[in-house]
Each structure stands twice: as structure tokens, then as C-alpha cells.
Ligand binder design. Sequence first.
Ligand code: ZN
Length: 449
Amino acid sequence: MKHLIFLFFLAGLIGCTPSQEDYFDLIISNVNLIDGTGFELTKNVNVYIKDNKIYAIDSKTLEQNQNILDGKDKFLIPGLFDSHVHTSSYKKDFERFIHFGITSIFVTGGSKTTDEFYEKLRTLGEQDSLPSPRVFHTSQIMTMEGKHPAKTYGASSWIDGETVFNLRDTLQIESVINQVSQQPIVGIKLVIEDGPIPPFVDRMPQEFVNKVSKEAAKNGKGVFAHISDNTELSMVLKADIKNIVHFVGIDLDFENGKQLIDSIYKSDLSWITTLMLEKSFIYPLYPEWMQRVEDFNVFDTEDIKILKDSSYIQQAEQYVYMLKNVWGIENPNLENIIIPYVEEINILNKNGVNMVLGTDTGNNFIFPGYSLHEEMQLMELGGIEPIEIIKMSSHNAAKMLDMLDTHGTIEVGKFADMILLDKDPLKSISNTLSINKVIKNGRIQKRIN
Ligand SMILES: [Zn+2]
């Protein structure tokens, strides 16, 4: 046994060169690799998986035929992250995430997220037999009495001290942040915004935001801030917060707003996109989008039927009316709503801001798993290159979650989470839907159909 351990150790030292005698749990052979780092595609490589991890990557001709998954003419990309998720019926949602190749999710609070609920999500995420993504999450939402989201989304499941924390004074913040930091959270979820639609509520005062940031840092945690406009963006930057969970509502002026832009570039930000929110608001007006969802045969027909209710069409019409008459968007179709956002995201991304894809799944017309692919397509619509889009939904997510050493790309030593595709995603990002196999933790996952 000692001898064996020594051999493994030696194999590690010489760069894990696989030999014919080695046993591998899985080898994906002769595949076109897009590793998630943003570098170009590498043709015809073998990816060796052992003990849930990527053991080696090489391009030699394979002689053994044990546990080989033939990757010829196929494309291998990292398992995707949806970095802004809410879920209540998580068992149903989890199968769908895996079906669509989302091998990790980042849950950013919600009206069900008690400590016990989070524990259930993590327990499912930690095993790899039942289809479930890896689960990372923030604390419960930190807000204040009478503010967003408890007031604006008046649901009875917002319970102070359980699913949400209503901060009362800056002194109390220390103990609350200390308390939630005992849980295995990535960071603190902080809601600053003044509500999604009029009548607006008051924003969280700056001194509260500062105090949350300071106390989170003391506990070794980051803050994940929910904002909805430039004013709130400035508040976040002032408080030295490093993560933002929405881009919707932001409008940057790269020519005349230099001061704000400079402070963004100086602040080492990770910024989650959630442009699917904008698409979701107009979804009911485009029956062909809904048809696409139905055609997958993985979502409940009952749920889809509910979404076809005429009240949703009316809401969407009102939203379009507001975009036209309040925001001055001449023809508020998908292109005209989305492209200006993506152009800004593209500039930020090129200037080193860590842009991360997330959908805000849990809202109507945002579909667990599928909508991350839609989010990717929105990025392409606005001119971001597919190789960069893949990076934003793998590498960049792991970087934000501070786990790039072990997750987020297809590199030796990392957990083997990946998707085998039939078609080239660099030709069109919609080819990320041509899924052949989903692998999580080195295991081929059961898909819905
Ligand atoms: Zn959200």
C-alpha cells in the first residue's frame, strides 16, 4: 500500500502522465476542449477523470478502451453556474438545472431560506447520484422594516430572524452578521434598493450599508448587494462592497461619467448580470418563446398553463408602455432593451470587472436551467464573443465565489464538472443547448429525457 501511495505521489510530481495501467473513472477522448479560461479551443484532447477530479489532459492516441466516452467531433465546456437563483420547489428545479448542464448554483436568499432550508439544498448538492447542482449560497436577506423585498413583495413567508433580517440600528448589525456568519455562507446578501416599481420605499441608509460591509469583513465574508440604479451603485462603491447581484437598472456613461466609471475599475468588483429579468417582463408577448420552453418537455404543463394567463400579457403590455413613455425607448423589443445593457457589460468585462452570469431564477418566466442558456444568448445578442460568455458562466463565477482553485474550469486538479456538446458553441452560443452528456463530480448525470 505504501508503495502504491508513493507511486501516486510520483505520478503527481511528473504532471500526472496517464499510463495504460492506470484505472480511470472516465476518459473523454479525442474531444474539442473549451476549458473556460477564455483561451481558444484545443482540438482532439483526452480528459482523464479519477476520484471526481480532472487527473490529466493530453492528446495521445488511446489504446485502452475502459470507461471511455468518445468525444470525437464533440465539444467539452465546463459545467455552467447560474449565479443568481431562488428556489422553493428545489427538488423539481434541481433536476432541471442538471438537465441543462448547470452543475453549480448560487442561491442569493429568498422567502424560504431558513438555515434548515439551506441545509437541505446543500445536502442534495453534495451528492452526485440524484440530479442536483452544487449549491453555494449567501446569508438570508438583510433589509429593514417596511423596505424591499418584504414590503414590496408582501409574502407571508418573510419572517424576521428566519428568512430575512430586518436591521434596526447599526449596533444590532454586528451581532446579526456574526450570527449568520456561523453558517456555511459565501457572503452576506444585502438589499439596498427602493423597490421595483412605484410607489417606491426608502433605500437603506448609507451608514447601515457601511456597517454591514465592515462587520462582514470582520467575519471574513464578502457582501452581495442587490441594487437597481446608479445611486445605489455609488452607495455600494462607497461602502467598499465587492459583489453586486444585478445589472438591471444600471446606466453607465463612459464618456461623461468618468468618476463613477473610475471608482468601478478601482474596486475589484464581481457583477452578476440577470438580464433575464428584463426578458421575463416581456416574455408573455412572445408566444414563440413559450413554445420553445414547452418543446423541451422538461417543465410541467400545469406551470406553463398558468403562465399563459391573460393577466401576464396585460402586465407585460403595461411594462412596455412604461419603457416607451417613461424611459423613452422608442420600440421596446428584446434587442432595444437588452443591447444597451450588454454593450456596457462588454466594456466593463474587457476592463477587468469580473462579470458573472446569473438569471434570477425563481421569478416568473425564468426557467431553472434553460434560462441560463437564454442569459448567454442575450450576451451574444449584444456582441460578446461566445468564448468570453462561457468564461463568464464558469471561470468568473468560481472567481467570485473564491473557489477558482477547485472549480470553474476544465484544468488538472479541479472537480470534474463539464458538459459534452454535439455542436460548436463558439459558432453560436445557442449550441450550448446541444447537450450530449452532463458530468458533475466526475459522474455522468441522469437527464430528464
Ligand atoms: Zn434575486
